[in-house]
Design a protein around this ligand. Structure first.
Ligand code: GTR
Length: 432
């Protein structure tokens, strides 16, 4: 449980108690011994599936990139539908003097089929009043509802399903949850640094449980409306990632946020989600994976900490159903997670780990970032700029940032400081 507690938001600790076992303990059967990591060979980013080499940037950009993305769709996350034609968003609340005048707060409702009664979700947006618009922004899903990111009484409570826990009664948000996840969302600091923050409750898109699709976007849009999913149809991570792209559509249309300078960020399962969103949707100008672990930034073939078997058993709904076929057969997967990171190239990518978060395999996250470097170099950039994993609390990186924070599985103020510094280096001027 210890890894779950800090700053994760209401409800999640309960989920983790089931999934990750008790305080700092090694879940039964999990390997936490570097000496027991098997020998493995990673798929070569610079070789097509048919074995021919990727010779230049054009080969990657025009053909190999699409091939890799397709492999992740087919074997890991599933295929997502196109954006609905009728989608539109409306501003449901706005306060130009929020947080004591520091910010303009806007709340938008994205109506996925264009109607009030259809599927949709809410975006909470804080804009720094001191910065000229349009501003660069961080966009991320949250675990417990928009009202948990800050005690601000003006934030609307989600009416969607939530896991039972503090601040939740009968699976619905209550006033008591306000600000419960504030430690993970240093809103004032983000605004002071000149960035907007946009966030969406992931359960607005789909409740995080095995049958959650019945109450989420997957039952209203795409193949689930016919009641049946093929082995490569979208899972919950893909649905949440799809929601991030729909949020970006809405933000980019408005006058406040610079759609060419939006960083997508997420922690843990939502870090996996941020990676899949950023990998597919090249409009995201920067991608941040915080402690995303298995199915995120960590290499599956290392079988260190969480494994494909563990994750597809505890969370069968996160991936497309075909992914489960690779439980215990990671070497048969045509991809590994370094290729997911490579899909972000040449855009700035930040991968972060925490020393006590062994379940997420910090070294596997670093090695995946390193194994994505050839693609960054091919596209004319620099990756990490180091070969060895850095010591704790020593951020490194060029176009790929990395740090190993001392501490537990969490998104902390320290992590945010690194992302803000990284964004200052990469997002300050608009992309051409
Ligand atoms: C764990 C799961 C991880 C990670 C984490 C979280 O239980 O095994 O893959 O996603 O949940 O989202 O906090």
């Amino acid at each position: 449980m210890r890894r779950a507690i800090r700053g994760l938001g209401v409800g999640l600790a309960v989920a983790l108690a089931h999934a990750a076992g008790p305080a700092g303990a090694q879940p039964a059967g999990a390997n936490y011994d570097e000496a027991k990591v098997p020998a493995y060979t990673l798929p070569d980013p610079l070789r097509f599936a048919d074995g021919t080499p990727v010779r230049d940037a054009g080969d990657w950009t025009n053909r190999r990139r699409a091939e890799v993305a397709r492999l992740f769709e087919t074997h890991v996350y599933g295929r997502s539908p196109a954006p609905p034609a009728a989608v539109r968003s409306v501003v449901v609340e706005s306060d130009p003097r929020a947080l004591g005048g520091l910010a303009t707060r806007r709340q938008l409702r994205v109506l996925l089929d264009g109607t009030d009664s259809g599927p949709g979700f809410e975006i909470l947006l804080y804009l720094p009043n001191a910065a000229s618009r349009p501003v660069p922004a961080f966009l991320g899903l949250n675990f417990g509802g928009n009202h948990t990111v800050h005690p601000d009484p003006g934030i609307r409570l989600s009416t969607a399903w939530m896991r039972e826990g503090p601040g939740v009664t009968d699976h619905r948000a209550t006033e008591a949850g306000r600000g419960a996840a504030a430690a993970s969302w240093p809103v004032e600091r983000i605004l002071d640094r000149g960035y907007a923050l946009a966030t969406v409750y992931y359960g607005d898109l789909e409740p995080d449980r095995a049958d959650g699709w019945k109450d989420g976007v997957r039952s209203r849009i795409g193949p689930g409306t016919a009641g049946r999913f093929a082995p490569d149809d979208w899972g919950a991570i893909a649905a949440w990632a799809w929601g991030l792209s729909r949020a970006l559509d809405a933000l980019a249309k408005g006058p406040d946020v610079d759609g060419r300078r939006v960083a997508v960020i997420g922690h843990s399962r939502l870090g996996k989600t941020a990676l899949w969103a950023g990998a597919q949707d090249e409009r995201f100008a920067m991608v941040v994976s915080n402690d995303s672990g298995e199915g995120g930034a960590a290499l599956a073939r290392r079988r260190f900490g969480e494994t494909t078997e563990a994750i597809t058993t505890a969370f069968p709904h996160w991936f497309c159903s075909r992914y489960r076929e690779y439980a215990g057969r990671e070497d048969a997967l045509p991809v590994d997670q370094h290729l997911l990171l490579a899909l972000v190239a040449p855009r700035p990518l930040y991968v972060a780990s925490a020393t006590e978060d062994l379940w997420a395999d910090p070294r596997g996250e670093f090695l995946a970032a390193r194994a994505a470097e050839p693609v960054y170099r091919l596209l004319g950039g620099e990756g990490l700029g180091v070969d060895e994993m850095p010591v704790p609390d020593r951020p490194v990186g060029k176009a790929i940032g990395y740090h190993l924070r001392r501490g537990v599985h969490a998104l902390t103020a320290y992590d945010w400081e690194q992302y803000l510094d990284f964004a200052d280096r990469h997002l300050r001027s608009p992309r051409p």
